[in-house]
Design a protein around this ligand. Structure first.
Ligand SMILES: *[C@@H]1O[C@H](CO)[C@@H](O)[C@H](O)[C@H]1NC(C)=O
Ligand SMILES: *[C@@H]1O[C@H](CO)[C@@H](O)[C@H](O)[C@H]1NC(C)=O
Ligand SMILES: *[C@@H]1O[C@H](CO)[C@@H](O)[C@H](O)[C@H]1NC(C)=O
Length: 230
């Protein structure tokens, strides 16, 4: 099975300098479209759409947003269109960092939230649709090399930073389904989406860091480095 990796799209880089001539970036960008759709033979789950069980929000001291609750059963469409803007692997200093750019993410989920946004009370539970555009993420990881039994890269810690150019959000069933209040509140959310997103950023980045760690380990733990670092 590992040979399939090597033969079709696994570009090999030099172990002593995997970043020479952008080798690692090209290797990383090259496997991305393949793993996005999953590789059942290797037990790699597709991440198009990307399913995320839960992102919790707990924000009590924000200027704009005070909110408790969560987004649940997220289905995120668009991550397979990500492009790798930068990628660097350093085996000595034990890090693997990369920047991804994603033109558009469409998210369907349910929500359960209670709190205030700009002093307006928000309470509700129901469906939510979110459209994010021009997403730029920077991912910083600490890695270790593990033998299971062949040597692989394991991501031990991950920090995700992201920047969203534009967001539209629609929450169903706010205010017990009052359509007039819901519509004006949704409009208000969209007009203030930058400020709201900025305050929720830390929760979202932490949530995504945990999720991506799982995804990347499911891939890297199946790629013995002897096959692609020579
Ligand atoms: C990826 O981008 C193409 C071209 O913009 C678009 O047609 C397609 O719907 C996108 N895929 C997803 C899953 O969003
Ligand atoms: C996601 O939400 C949009 C907007 O309400 C809807 O048109 C679409 O059918 C939903 N997709 C899924 C898979 O639920
Ligand atoms: C969120 O929950 C905490 C702990 O239960 C509570 O102290 C706080 O008042 C809640 N905040 C909002 C905005 O509801």
């Amino acid at each position: 099975m590992f040979v399939i990796f090597l033969a079709t799209w696994l570009k090999a880089c030099k172990r002593n300098d995997p970043n020479e001539n952008n080798c690692f970036k090209e290797m990383f960008g090259g496997i991305f479209p393949h793993i996005a759709n999953g590789i059942p033979d290797l037990g790699i789950e597709p991440f198009e759409p990307l399913g995320i069980r839960k992102i919790s929000v707990s924000r009590n001291t924000g200027q704009v947003v005070q909110l408790n609750g969560s987004f649940n059963n997220l289905k995120i469409r668009g991550p397979s269109n990500a492009t790798v803007a930068k990628a660097e692997l350093n085996l000595e200093k034990k890090f693997l960092n990369f920047d991804l750019e994603i033109p558009k993410l469409r998210i369907n989920a349910t929500y359960n939230l209670k709190g205030n946004i700009l002093l307006l009370p928000l309470i509700g539970a129901g469906d939510v649709n979110i459209l994010l555009k021009e997403i730029k993420t920077s991912v910083f990881t600490k890695i270790s090399l593990r033998k299971i039994p062949q040597e692989v890269i394991n991501i031990d810690q991950m920090k995700v930073k992201f920047n969203v150019g534009n967001m539209r959000i629609h929450l169903d069933n706010l205010f017990n389904g009052n359509k007039v209040l819901s519509a004006s509140f949704s409009m208000f959310l969209n007009q203030n989406s930058k400020e709201i997103l900025a305050e929720l950023q830390e929760d979202l980045e932490n949530g995504l860091g945990d999720i991506f760690t799982g995804i990347w380990n499911s891939v890297y733990n199946k790629m013995p480095i002897d096959l692609w670092l020579l």
